[in-house]
Design a protein around this ligand. Structure first.
Ligand code: C2E
Ligand code: CA
Ligand code: CA
Ligand code: CA
Length: 277
């Protein structure tokens, strides 16, 4: 009837409203989160499945909201990107991660590269190179212990400009990886022109790796990486079957819940004593 239709519409309206209100209130709080030290970095191991050692870490952001508790990056990163807040947040992250990595070196806890996710916005800022260089020199971290993860779409959009920025960063010694590989543009024709060290196979392929078609894609990504002299990392590895398959296809380095979840600094000391050579 007319009435129930109207009713449904208003429930939908309320949902929209609730969503928009949360979005607005999160945006307001996000503006203060840096100054209030509400961000925290967690680190997920990248694992060499043949040597059985940790060969790297990915730094992932967490927001400890005073009322809502931990908010996942899936919810707040898009807001941070839209508002431009991702830029100062990433600057903070760069300094935090570089100084933490120097501490691990000094205390002889670990000696591995740590990667940071880079939004497209970072490549729109003119001084990305200077900011990275400053984080390295202030902390004293040797550049090859820092890795930047970018997505295909960043690399392919505005390619000339991005390649120039990446080349400058690479000349410093900083490492670059292509994140979520296989899900973006997949304009393979340009892949050889992007100065990256590593391809990270997206989790969706690993999750469905029982399917022949996904297996074929994984196998081809590994072959492309090999032919272009790039390393390869499989993401989202959760089961022994996936590990066995990936190893049989020639992929050695893996990241996923099977080996280790993202952990706060307080847990990593223990992790490294148990999981390094
Ligand atoms: P991503 O860069 O692809 O990071 C991998 C995500 O997969 C992480 O989620 C990680 O916790 C999750 N993951 C790792 N292993 C497994 C697994 O075995 N199974 C499953 N189901 N998931 C796994 P997280 O930390 O929630 O981050 C989500 C996304 O948010 C990241 O995807 C990245 O795009 C973005 N993000 C996180 N931190 C930052 C940051 O500091 N800056 C920027 N720009 N983006 C970030
Ligand atoms: Ca990533
Ligand atoms: Ca990824
Ligand atoms: Ca992703």
């Amino acid at each position: 009837s007319k009435d129930s239709g109207k009713n449904k519409f208003s429930i939908f309206d309320q949902e929209m409203n609730r969503h928009q209100l949360r979005r607005m209130s999160l945006e307001k709080d996000l503006r203060k989160a840096l100054a209030r030290s509400e961000f925290m970095v967690v680190y997920q191991p990248k694992w060499d499945s043949l040597m059985n050692v940790t060969v790297g870490l990915e730094a992932l952001l967490r927001w400890r909201h005073p009322e809502h508790g931990i908010i996942s990056p899936g919810e707040f990163i898009p807001i941070a990107e839209e508002t431009g807040l991702i830029v100062p947040i990433t600057y903070w992250m760069l300094h935090e991660v570089c100084s933490q990595n120097v501490l691990w070196h000094k205390e002889e806890v670990a000696s591995v590269a740590v990667s940071i996710n880079m939004s497209a916005r970072m490549f729109e800022t003119e001084n990305l190179y200077e900011v990275v260089e400053e984080a390295l020199s202030r902390s004293g971290l040797p550049p090859h212990f820092l890795e930047l993860e970018i997505t295909e779409s960043i690399a392919m959009n505005n390619m000339e400009e991005t390649v120039a920025q990446l080349s400058k960063l690479r000349s410093l010694g900083v490492r670059v990886s292509l994140d979520d590989f296989g899900t973006g543009f997949s304009s393979l024709g340009n892949l050889d022109e992007i100065p990256v060290n590593t391809l990270k196979i997206d989790q969706v392929f690993i999750r469905k790796s029982k399917m022949h078609s996904k297996k074929a894609i994984i196998s081809n990504i590994i072959a492309i990486a090999g032919n272009l002299n790039m390393e390869v990392v499989a993401e989202g590895v959760e089961t022994p079957e996936q590990i066995e398959l990936l190893q049989s296809l020639g992929c050695r380095v893996m990241q996923g819940y099977y080996y280790g979840r993202p952990m706060p600094v307080s847990e990593l000391g223990q992790w490294f004593t148990e999981n390094t050579a």
